[in-house]
Design a protein around this ligand. Structure first.
Ligand SMILES: Cc1cc2nc3c(=O)[nH]c(=O)nc-3n(C[C@H](O)[C@H](O)[C@H](O)COP(=O)(O)OP(=O)(O)OC[C@H]3O[C@@H](n4cnc5c(N)ncnc54)[C@H](O)[C@@H]3O)c2cc1C
Length: 411
């Protein structure tokens, strides 16, 4: 298993329960646990462990469950490439022990996701110290006990941006503003409303960053309201660039795994089997940031399927592609095994490119409408779970090997 976050640890724990299976987790950090290690607030583990843990205690709990199941965890070990040779998978690693290779019958990729940097978001201006992501902020504050500044601006307004606000507050820093280019917060309205009041900052909607100031250390930013073109200077010594998550697919690309270009994620099917025999994927490497418990449930599913693969019981009667029409951005996993009888309902997640009100999402397969559902509002960056497992059951697929997913918007 590559990656010791919630997905990888859960996959390893389940796979290790198969008699005779030896499971090794490779984790590049000094400890297993993944993102929750440095996300010190509660609410982790609700759907998988049915308890509300703090991030660090959730990470410790999952690590213990895996170790108790017989999993061996190698920390400080980065996997650089996975190759296939006949029935074997060769895992190439680098660690303080040097460059090493391991042979496995099956590999599960659980490398998580990462936030976009200011450069990939094309934020202009100087390059002073003090501009970093939420993950770095949380590592400073919760793992290294470093207070990285005094006054911060948060760029982005999805769930993790509010997690950054809590971390800044815990570090004793002031939050000057949250800046969001869209005209609405990407997290839930009650969350943004209550956070603004509780933590005393302004959420600046329809605003983009047009300059970053400071020669050595950040001294401030300039934001522009895109509806009025009015510019405002905000003094701050810390800018947290949050969200715009991307699946961490560097290893998958190095290993020549087929990538879903729309989701920029590893292409997998209902069994979380990638297009390479014996290589599975689970967690946020499939779709960018989902909550830890969803990643863990996917991990368990991948662990079960890897076990079935080792038993030669992973039948694939038929592989069907899902084609998304705009404004649907992507669906993940991108393939379906049909007919699907027992896949879990949480597995497939869809995203849209823009906010849509009164939308009906429609799935067509074999010339028939196999599913439709009306939504009040669909928001980008938010999970839309779709019950793909019901779609191919009643329909006669004929020679059709594509499910078409589209949105009908109310006039
Ligand atoms: C900054 C941030 C804050 C978040 N806050 C929350 C939150 O508050 N609540 C919530 O539910 N979700 C949050 N998330 C989403 C979070 O990603 C998931 O909750 C969960 O951690 C996903 O689990 P995972 O196992 O897929 O990935 P991760 O937890 O990211 O674990 C992936 C692991 O793989 C390791 N790895 C990657 N590549 C390699 C390699 N080549 N070799 C070896 N090891 C490798 C990484 O070091 C990491 O430990 C946050 C995400 C981010 C980025």
């Amino acid at each position: 298993v590559v990656g010791g976050g919630p997905a990888g640890l859960s996959a390893a724990m389940v796979a290790a329960k198969r008699p005779g299976t030896r499971v090794l987790v490779f984790e590049r950090e000094e400890a297993a646990g993944g993102i929750p290690r440095h996300c010190d607030h509660t609410g982790w583990g609700l759907r998988d462990l049915r308890w509300s843990y703090s991030g660090p205690s959730y990470a410790r709990r999952l690590t213990k469950l895996a170790v108790d199941a017989g999993v061996h965890i190698l920390t400080d070990t980065t996997v650089r490439k996975v190759e296939s040779s006949g029935e074997d998978r060769i895992v190439h690693t680098v660690s303080p022990r040097g460059i090493q290779s391991y042979t496995a019958s099956a590999v599960i990729l659980a490398t998580g996701c990462r936030e976009s940097t200011r450069h990939s978001l094309l934020l202009p201006g100087k390059r002073p110290l003090g501009v970093f992501n939420t993950g770095t902020l949380q590592q400073f504050v919760h793992l290294k006990r470093i207070v990285p500044g005094t006054v911060a601006v948060v760029f982005g307004s999805e769930h993790v941006a509010f997690s950054a606000v809590m971390t800044l507050n815990k570090a004793g820093m002031k939050i000057a503003a949250m800046v969001e280019p869209d005209g609405y917060p990407h997290s839930f309205l009650p969350v943004s409303w209550s956070f603004e009041r509780w933590y005393g900052f302004r959420l600046l909607l329809n605003c983009r960053i047009v300059n970053i100031h400071g020669n050595h250390r950040l001294t401030g930013i300039t934001v522009e309201d895109t509806t009025t073109n009015r510019r405002t200077d905000l003094a701050c010594d810390t800018l947290i660039v949050s969200g715009a998550f991307k699946p961490e697919i560097t290893l998958a690309v190095e290993s020549n795994l087929p990538i879903d270009p729309a989701a920029e994620s590893v292409l997998a099917d209902s069994f979380l089997h990638t297009e390479r025999k014996g290589i599975f994927a689970c967690g946020n490497v499939l779709h960018g940031a989902e909550t830890g418990d969803i990643a863990a449930l996917e991990g368990r599913w991948a662990g079960v399927q890897a076990g079935r693969y080792l038993d030669n019981r992973l039948s694939e009667p038929r592989r069907v592609r899902i084609e998304c029409a705009a404004p649907i951005a992507w669906i993940s996993p991108g393939n379906v095994i049909a007919p699907i009888l027992d896949i879990p309902s949480f597995l497939y997640t869809m995203r849209v490119t823009r906010r849509i009100r009164n939308a009906t999402v429609v799935a067509r397969f074999g010339g028939e409408t196999v599913w439709k559902k009306r939504y009040g509002t669909l928001t980008p960056h938010r999970r839309i779970a779709v019950p793909v497992h019901t779609w191919t059951l009643g329909a006669d697929p004929g020679r059709n090997d594509v499910i078409r997913l589209s949105i009908e918007e109310a006039a």
